[in-house]
Ligand binder design. Structure first.
Ligand SMILES: [Fe+2]
Length: 277
């Protein structure tokens, strides 16, 4: 595995170490799945990625307080993918929040919205055995809070729950799949992929202008999303965001006291050790 290392100073008495892993994209299917799912199997490089994930989990057990997985653990909903994810997520050393692919039936075959997500959620047996839409866990004096934003939006109930987490009074590390808009990250994505949208949450109309119409509709923020972003940027206890989805590494500041860390694709063997001090 490739291990990136990042240290963020948030004024802790004792350091907390997190292993950030994202976008594993397990891509298993077997004879219990239909032909269409079987054709998707292996598209991201299984089974080597499974082996990499095992290595990452072993590393986290030995060296870190927690492994934080920010979604796309599976590439699509299949029987062996759901079985593997449920088995992996039983490990209490792993904190998980869902990405967009957790609910993907055939990868890009349908408009993905709340109804699509809930249908997939029910098909996988009401989720993967852990909270999927909002999750929190205190480790070493830091509150890790996971929020599903895999479809580029937040919902008002998630703001209520995040405010309740802030009442606990300890520093917060947010974990979610899709990164928030930040100018230098937007430009970096445009540089890497000039013809692509940037998949960032909260782009204003000016930054959506180069998008094709499908991607602009898909990623245009709604009012609750903008409210959530305002809240995240203004709450001083929120110090770090761990995120993925882009499949490349990038670190930048959203505000003077808030760092956003994008970690590259777990399917390529990338993990990041984040040391909070
Ligand atoms: Fe993703």
């Amino acid at each position: 595995m490739t291990l990136e290392k990042t240290t963020v100073s948030i004024g802790l008495e004792r350091p907390v170490k997190l292993l950030h892993v994202t976008d594993t994209h397990l891509d298993l299917a077997d004879e219990r799945d239909d032909e269409r799912k079987r054709r998707l199997a292996g598209r991201m490089g299984s089974p080597s990625e499974k082996h990499i994930l095992e290595e990452q989990i072993a590393y986290a057990h030995e060296n870190c307080d927690l492994l934080v997985h920010t979604g796309d653990l599976i590439d699509f909903v299949s029987i062996p993918n759901v079985e593997a994810a449920r088995r992996i997520l039983k490990d209490e050393h792993i904190f998980f929040i869902a990405g967009n692919h957790e609910y993907s039936q055939y990868v890009g075959e349908a408009w993905e919205d709340a109804a699509y997500r809930m249908n997939s959620y029910m098909k996988m047996g009401y989720g993967l055995g852990v909270p999927m839409f909002f999750n929190s866990k205190i480790v070493g004096g830091v509150n890790i809070v996971g929020i599903d934003n895999g479809y580029y939006r937040f919902e008002d109930w998630q703001i209520w729950k995040l405010k309740r987490e802030a009442e606990k009074g300890v520093p917060i590390v947010l974990a979610f799949h899709d990164p928030l808009f930040e100018e230098s990250l937007y430009q970096e994505h445009r540089r890497r992929a000039p013809n692509s949208c940037t998949y960032l949450v909260g782009c204003d109309e000016e930054h959506l202008l180069p998008y094709d119409e499908f991607r602009a509709v898909q990623q245009r923020p709604d009012e609750p999303t903008l409210r959530m972003i305002d809240y995240i940027r203004s709450e001083p206890l929120i110090r770090v965001i761990l995120t993925g989805h882009l499949h490349f590494d990038y670190v930048s500041n959203l505000t003077d006291s808030l760092v956003q860390i994008v970690t590259g694709g777990g399917y390529e063997g990338i993990a990041r050790e984040v040391t909070l001090v």
